[in-house]
Design a protein around this ligand. Structure first.
Ligand SMILES: [Zn+2]
Ligand SMILES: [Zn+2]
Length: 245
């Protein structure tokens, strides 16, 4: 995906895993990660509904990867070690590793919740295995939905900032003068990071103007309509976003 599109995309990983444990014929411990991946493309419009509209759904694809556990005792006893190992495994699993698996991108369940289930199971069964992890095959199966949202408000902001950066009033300064205020929150623009200048030359904090663009594509001060920048944004490589055109 082109970098510009990536900047206007929100990725959400949604799914509920099935966790099961089997006794391995060998003394080793392993983790088997498998299931189906479904990629959904959605569109969040400026002034649109809260629930993004459907653009395109990909057919399910199977993923499967097995891992040997080199330090099973730590994996089964330490919640953080278990969670970090699971995340590492996910980033090494074909298909899944294509996506940003950062903590903010998980919905409903997280690798941390799976880690809690695993560690809890192991602690409860101490009388069976004596607290030593030997010959356990962990089976993790789930349908993973990755929701990739093309965000018009983000694309609009990106296009406006690019257009605003070459506006004559901007001169060679990277940031507006310290005395300038953000007209949304009325705070000093220099006091917080991420000041942006719109093509009409009005300046705001990025975190203040983006929520505004969720509702309407105009400048909060001069009411100038930024629709043409939105068109410019969707005519860029972002037009390649599946289902957008
Ligand atoms: Zn502000
Ligand atoms: Zn303006």
């Amino acid at each position: 995906m082109p970098p510009l599109a990536a900047a206007a995309t929100e990725c959400r990983l949604i799914g509920v895993p099935e966790v099961s444990f089997e006794t391995s014929p060998s003394k080793n411990c392993s983790v088997r990660l498998h299931g189906e991946l479904i990629v959904n493309y959605r569109l969040r419009r400026v002034g649109g509904p809260k629930v993004p509209t459907i653009l395109h759904d990909e057919p399910p694809r199977k993923f499967e990867q097995s891992f040997e556990l080199y330090d099973p005792d730590t994996f089964f006893l330490s919640y953080t070690a278990c969670r970090d190992t699971l995340l590492q495994m996910l980033t090494q699993t074909p298909l899944l590793r294509e996506f940003d698996l950062g903590a903010d991108n998980w919905d409903i369940f997280t690798p941390g919740i799976i880690a809690m289930i695993i560690v809890d199971w192991f602690r409860r069964g101490t009388d069976q295995h004596g607290g030593v992890a030997v010959g356990i095959d962990l089976n993790l199966r789930w349908v993973m939905r990755v929701r990739i949202i093309y965000s018009e408000p983000k694309a609009l902001l990106l296009a406006c900032v690019q257009a605003g950066a070459v506006a004559p009033c901007q001169s060679s300064m990277a940031l507006p003068p310290a005395a300038e205020c953000c007209s949304v929150c009325m705070e000093d623009l220099a006091a917080r990071v991420g000041a942006v200048r719109l093509p009409c030359s009005h300046c705001f904090h990025r975190g203040c103007i983006l929520p505004w663009f969720y509702k309407v594509a105009t400048c909060p001060i001069c009411r100038r309509h930024m629709g043409k920048y939105l068109v410019a944004a969707t005519n860029t490589p972002m037009g390649m976003f599946p289902g957008l055109r």
